[in-house]
Design a protein around this ligand. Structure first.
Ligand code: ZN
Length: 187
């Protein structure tokens, strides 16, 4: 159940383009633990125990269109905070892999995928995440809600929920604001 610190007073953000590309399953490859591969490019660098910079910046659209999706130092700091404060603790609670459909988006990439102009993805403050199945994603949502006060996320959006309330993915953000705001969008 939602905690008392969760608010429900914001309208859904429809059509914000937080969409999952059909290739999101390509993000499932396991991280290159300790191999040293890609260190020079930053690709294989772990920014936490569970998350690499690569999986937080990877984008099929950016690859297809040749868009530069490398985060600025400031965006990188935001990504690190998102991971440290929200994603890693959530991963520990979850006890299973969390897949990142979309993390950082350069302004060019964000425009290309139809993201909202002020999307927190462009600041490195947001990630779209899911579990291995819709049931696992629902479980992830439940954990995020149960621990909302501790995680201190800004926004949590349960995206494209079906009739049972199972979201396709979760948009979760961390930044200067700590609204602890929960939003549901329906399919
Ligand atoms: Zn998102």
């Amino acid at each position: 159940m939602p905690t008392t610190s969760t608010t429900f007073n914001s309208p859904p953000q429809r059509g914000s383009g937080e969409g999952v590309s059909p290739t999101s399953t390509t993000f499932n490859s396991p991280p290159l633990r300790g191999s040293g591969e890609g260190v020079c490019s930053g690709e294989g660098v772990f920014i936490s125990r569970h998350f690499t910079l690569a999986e937080l910046t990877r984008s099929f659209t950016a690859q297809q269109r040749g868009l530069d999706n490398r985060p600025s130092p400031e965006a990188l700091r935001h990504l690190q905070a998102l991971v440290n404060r929200v994603l890693d603790p959530l991963r520990q609670l979850f006890g299973a892999p969390i897949y990142v459909n979309s993390g950082y988006r350069s302004p060019e990439l964000n425009a290309a995928v139809g993201g909202a102009a002020n999307s927190q993805h462009t600041l490195g403050e947001a990630a779209d995440i899911r579990g291995a199945t819709t049931g696992e994603t629902r479980r992830l949502l439940g954990l995020a809600l149960a621990h909302a006060a501790d995680l201190g996320f800004d926004q949590l959006i349960a995206e494209e929920c079906d009739a049972r309330g199972f979201p396709k993915w979760l948009h979760i953000s961390y930044g200067d604001r700590h609204r602890n705001q929960l939003i549901f969008t329906k399919r």
